[in-house]
Ligand binder design. Structure first.
Ligand code: PLP
Length: 313
């Protein structure tokens, strides 16, 4: 498969064909809540890696697409999943079929929300399943049934794209930050990005994960992902579980006001589901005196707000 075909780009190296902007920019942010405590804040603009495969979704998908080598991809997500949108966009750009298994069979009879609309417009076949089936998606019998209705030879990528290959892909994010900051903060859903980031950082750096879901399960998830990706623990990382704001896609006026203000200060459209909570956590920690003067803190901007209005996932 070479050359343009029906306006699509096809290539043996999907990562290169997608033309990511790497390394992503690392920009100083002048913020008095940090400077008055002798801290430096940097923004790692992973939201600029690719217009359609945003931020950590590019880093996690690229190695999976390389492994799939043009075969169809079947993957999973919620109704506003950033990962589903990124996968669908990759399918359109690279010319392979995609199937998105969506949590919630009640969605099947309704008009698509803007996020799923985009997936469908990019050619993704959407399969709506009830919540019990979705929870059981790793069960071989359930997976076999889903694959029976998928295109021949489909490759399965897990929810959120977080598998061993994805975690190794995110180690490159840490590599880009080596020697550039003391602490690197990232928002966590599945924890795949944190697992890889921590592994890629230098020995004197540490990663700080801010879970956006409640539940306290993330530490085990990160350890498990590192075990599968690297054969054991890798790098220094910790979690601060105080900033989920009630759970996934929840927030409230305080978070909203914070995100508006941060955006105005730094000319950055702050994604609300993940990035806003991580930035809120960093400002709170700075104000609590959690960082010693002289510390450089890098905040990974993993995504951007959706222009269509749907909250991502
Ligand atoms: C998916 C996503 C995350 C979470 O990544 P995980 O690897 O699942 O922890 C963080 N930020 C944004 C913007 C995302 O879309």
């Amino acid at each position: 498969m070479t050359g343009p075909h029906n306006g699509r780009v096809t290539s043996r190296d999907p990562a290169a064909a997608l033309e990511p902007r790497l390394p992503s920019p690392l920009l100083p942010a002048d913020d008095d809540r940090f400077t008055r405590r002798g801290l430096r804040l940097l923004l790692k603009r992973d939201d600029l890696v690719h217009p359609d495969l945003v931020g950590n979704k590019w880093r996690k998908l690229a190695p999976n697409l390389a492994a799939a080598a043009g075969r169809p991809v079947l993957t999973f997500g919620g109704a506003y999943s950033n990962h589903l949108r990124a996968t669908a966009a990759a399918g359109r750009l690279l010319g392979f079929p995609t199937v998105g298994v969506v949590r919630g069979d009640e969605l099947a009879g309704r008009p698509l929300n803007p996020s799923l609309e985009r997936c469908a417009a990019d050619g993704m076949r959407l399969v709506f399943v009830d919540r019990a089936t979705y929870r059981a998606k790793d069960d071989p019998a359930v997976l076999a049934r889903l694959l029976r209705d998928a295109p021949e030879g489909a490759v399965v990528v897990p929810e959120g794209g977080s598998n061993a290959a994805a975690v190794r892909g995110c180690a490159a994010l840490g590599g880009e930050l080596r020697g550039r900051a003391d602490v690197v903060a990232v928002a966590c859903g599945t924890g795949g990005t944190l697992a890889g980031l921590a592994a890629g950082l230098g020995p004197r750096q540490r990663a700080l994960g801010v879970p956006v879901l409640r539940g306290g399960f993330l530490g085990d998830a990160v350890r498990d992902l590192q075990e599968r990706a690297f054969g054991g623990p890798a790098g220094r990382w910790e979690l601060d579980e105080r900033f989920h704001f009630g759970g996934y896609a929840r927030g409230g006026p305080a978070l909203e006001e914070f995100a508006e203000d941060f955006g105005a200060r730094h000319g950055l459209a702050v994604e609300r589901v993940y990035v806003a909570k991580m930035l809120y956590a960093l400002v709170t920690l700075a104000e609590e005196g959690a960082f010693a003067p002289g510390t450089t803190v890098a905040a990974v901007v993993t995504g951007r707000p959706e222009p269509a209005g749907g909250d991502p996932g």
